[in-house]
Write a protein that binds this ligand. Sequence first.
Ligand code: SAM
Length: 246
Amino acid sequence: MNTARDHYDQQLASVYSWMAGDPEAALKRNHDLFRQLEIGSSPLGGIAVDLGAGSGFQSIPLAELGFSVVAVDFCAALLSELSDRASNLTIHTIHDDILNFSQYLEEQVQVVVCMGDTLTHLESLSSLQSLLLSVKSALATSGKLVLTFRDYVSTEPHGAARFIPVRSDESTILTCFLEYHEKVVEVYDLLYQKEGDRWVLNTSSYRKLRLDKSWVCDQLQKLELKVIQNEIINGMICIVAQKSKS
Ligand SMILES: C[S@@+](CC[C@H](N)C(=O)[O-])C[C@H]1O[C@@H](n2cnc3c(N)ncnc32)[C@H](O)[C@@H]1O
């Protein structure tokens, strides 16, 4: 098993955007989602922080909606893809752990997003609690937090249902195998790539937290971050919380 950081550096970063399919469709989907969630309806824009920004599927729409974006990720290769894709947009990339994001802010921010299942990559529930505490301090009054993550709790696949064909084309095949434990899911990525006339297999695994959405909502409420939305959107749990007071 690898750490999530090593897993991205050594295997997933090279195929991450390919795995996501059509990048324009992913950007549009998030643009539409932010509009639907009324993120970016303020005429003044402000600062948005993207935690686990990857190759920019949230940072770019946020910048297009008028935010000055701080994009944090510990994978340099994905941040470099983000910068290439972002051209003239106001996106400041930070190569660091998302747990350190607040060190890079000089003022309170209007929006924090942590989307695309990044939250489940944290090592423990206590890391998530510290992250949420930092988010609370970073947000200005009325600022919003958007979380999206996969539901690894309400159902547990068995047998062959644990093999997920992620994507394939003539030169690459990515299959995921999920091994469920009590508190975590071990995710094995099986990556076949064509070299000449033979297929070469690379395997790597890392752990994801099985995050219970009710537990996440409770943590937010304890911090006086009011949950204003809690639903399934694009196959992921989507929770939006708003800071009511400092
Ligand atoms: C599943 S990807 C999501 C990327 C992007 N948000 C999206 O939806 O396409 C998770 C991202 O979070 C990053 N990541 C995971 N844990 C992190 C941490 N503790 N600190 C910084 N980046 C992290 C990974 O490098 C990866 O880019």
